[in-house]
Design a protein around this ligand. Structure first.
Ligand SMILES: Cc1cc2nc3c(=O)[nH]c(=O)nc-3n(C[C@H](O)[C@H](O)[C@H](O)COP(=O)(O)OP(=O)(O)OC[C@H]3O[C@@H](n4cnc5c(N)ncnc54)[C@H](O)[C@@H]3O)c2cc1C
Ligand SMILES: *[C@@H]1O[C@H](CO)[C@@H](O)[C@H](O)[C@H]1NC(C)=O
Ligand SMILES: *[C@@H]1O[C@H](CO)[C@@H](O)[C@H](O)[C@H]1NC(C)=O
Length: 520
């Protein structure tokens, strides 16, 4: 018999066999009952101990910040290294037709299930070593190599130790490098530096075939451009080389109020068009009286003042600005700022300033807001759009003064412009075809009772824009049909499909985006 032929006694064979069995059974025990959705071949991989299938674990990865979508994965991989992820993907790719989907889970701050993977395997990126110093390497050549799992707050803390900082941000820093680079990564610095995807030199990516590929503008450039803004469709980002600049020490933080939309946007457009560097950050918000809350930005008397203005006009707006500076040059900065403020049209007496450390400025949402924590019962039916400047008045009339006219409070509403020339058209991110376009973020908190109403308002807004022929794009969209995705990507769609065929032909990755539902 075979055992004897390889020179092993039957007794030894059975000992060996029972060892194999007890290993397999104990793995299954430890991991719960092995899910039917996953091939048992996974049990033979050396990453098996890092794959958890128990319901307590899978339940933790079955929803996201939005709270509007729910889908249980079959398992969760806790990788110790990028190679563990590559092993998983390679196995999935080779187990066709009985393969399974895989999604990187950054920090689960998607709104509509984009990081969920029904019946497949979630890769918990954090376990690569979130916040670990060997996953954030700062170079004196003004770049940082950061793991895709890293939170931007940790990248900031690490680079600041070297007096350096990334240039382009998100408002909220408890998001992952891989997660925001899969979208765009936008905030008030983007008018000058472009979105975060415009500030990347190089990426390590694990493709949907399990290959690990380093890419940049020079090397494997199709993958580089595809992955940036690519919604996780071509590979999992395990490292990003991000541009840095010397970090300023302090920030003059301004809020300038307007009662008139045209003056508000006119000033924003002036600020983002200036070649002279005064404002380093430009955003803006709309608010009603009921939205004027207890922000630590304002003193109690200023809060009352702003409330009265909002009560009188119903809707008011503020431009939020940031001016970076060093204490040594403070007086020069003040002079420049004073001269500039004279050119702006805010309501006299309604310019408020604060002076804060750079890190406090960048981390303002965490230090300030309550919406950044997601208690179970708060839902986030958010809508983010890019609207061309030429139609922003039509948007105001139809949406702020139309569809949303009775929303009071209206919740957080962000409105601010970008310069298209700071975006790279070769990247996957879809934007309107106009030199200046606005981002509009409607970011209310909702309850189980009112989220559907807000969501139907979102649909109404999208319908309105379509009917009016406004050439908008959604940011962080959640389309469900390929026709909608095709329209979303427009001229980029053919390239997007070609890259999918090349780098993830079995459509294994990030199925929660619902772009490709079957292999190509
Ligand atoms: C409170 C809050 C504030 C926000 N503020 C901003 C803002 O100011 N500006 C802005 O641009 N966005 C903002 N966002 C949106 C945010 O950029 C997205 O939610 C984004 O998906 C990042 O979240 P995440 O890191 O948790 O990624 P996840 O939600 O976990 O993942 C997002 C998608 O990317 C995929 N993915 C995750 N990691 C990787 C990786 N390493 N490689 C490849 N694909 C990956 C996932 O599978 C999923 O499809 C905000 C969101 C919240 C909840
Ligand atoms: C940081 O550098 C160390 C040592 O060279 C290396 O092992 C590690 O992979 C690097 N990390 C990243 C994210 O590049
Ligand atoms: C604002 O602060 C006041 C006094 O501290 C408090 O009574 C009130 O509830 C707060 N309002 C909000 C919206 O948090």
């Amino acid at each position: 018999m075979a055992v004897q032929r390889i020179g092993c006694s039957p007794a030894a064979f059975f000992v060996a066999l029972s060892l194999v069995n007890s290993f397999v059974f104990s793995a299954v025990d430890r991991h719960g009952t092995w899910p039917a959705a996953l091939p048992e071949g996974l049990l033979a991989l050396d990453i098996v101990d890092k794959i958890h299938v128990d319901p307590d674990t899978t339940a933790r990865f079955s929803t996201d910040y939005g709270g509007l979508s729910q889908a249980d994965p079959a398992a969760v991989l806790y990788p110790s290294s990028p190679d563990d992820i590559a092993t998983l993907v390679r196995f999935a790719y080779s187990s066709s037709p009985s393969s399974f989907s895989i999604a990187a889970h950054g920090h689960g701050h998607s709104i509509r299930g984009q990081a969920l993977v029904p019946g497949g395997v979630v890769v918990d990126m954090a376990s690569l070593g979130r916040g670990r110093s060997d996953r954030i390497n700062v170079s004196s050549d003004w770049y940082v190599d950061a793991g895709g799992e890293q939170l931007w707050i940790d990248v900031l803390r690490e680079t600041l130790k070297h007096g350096l900082s990334p240039r382009s941000w998100t408002d909220y820093l408890y998001l992952t490098v891989g997660g925001t680079l899969s979208n765009a990564g936008i905030s008030g610095q983007a008018f000058r530096h472009g979105p975060q995807i415009s500030n990347v030199y190089e990426l390590d990516v694990i493709t949907g075939k399990g290959d690990t590929i380093t890419c940049s503008r020079e090397e494997n450039s199709d993958l580089f451009y595809g992955v940036l803004g690519g919604l996780g469709q071509f590979g999992i980002i395990t490292r990003a080389r991000i541009a840095l600049e010397p970090a300023p020490q302090r920030v003059r933080w301004l809020r300038l109020f307007y009662t008139d939309f045209s003056s508000f946007t006119g000033d924003q457009e002036l600020l983002v068009s200036m070649t002279e560097k005064v404002f380093d950050y430009v955003e803006g918000q709309l608010l009603t009286e009921k939205d004027v809350g207890n922000s630590s930005f304002f003193s109690d008397t200023d809060t009352e003042k702003v409330k009265m203005l909002a009560a009188e006009y119903g809707r008011i707006y503020f431009v939020e600005g940031g001016v970076y500076y060093e204490p040594a040059t403070a007086s020069m900065v003040d002079q420049k700022l004073e001269t500039l403020l004279k050119r702006l049209s805010f309501v006299p007496g309604f310019a408020f300033t604060k002076d804060v450390a750079y890190i406090s400025f960048l981390n303002r949402v965490q230090e300030e807001e309550t919406h950044s924590t997601a208690p179970e019962n708060v839902l986030h039916p958010w809508l983010n759009m890019f609207v061309p400047k030429s139609r922003i008045r039509d948007f105001e009339m139809g949406v702020f003064k139309g569809i949303l006219k009775n929303n009071n409070p209206i919740g957080l509403v962000l409105i601010y412009p970008f310069n298209k020339n700071k975006w790279d058209d070769k990247m996957s991110a879809a934007i309107p075809d106009e030199e200046v376009f606005y981002t509009i973020g409607l970011l209310p908190s909702a309850t189980v009772d009112d989220w559907k109403y807000l969501d139907s308002q979102n649909d109404e807004i999208l319908r309105f824009c379509q009917q009016e022929g406004i050439d908008f794009k959604q940011y962080l969209p959640h389309y469900t049909t390929q026709t909608d995705w095709k329209n979303h990507f427009g001229l980029k769609w053919d390239v997007f499909v070609r890259l999918k065929r090349r780098y993830d032909p079995q459509a294994l990755l990030s199925p929660g985006q619902r772009i490709f539902t079957s292999s190509l």
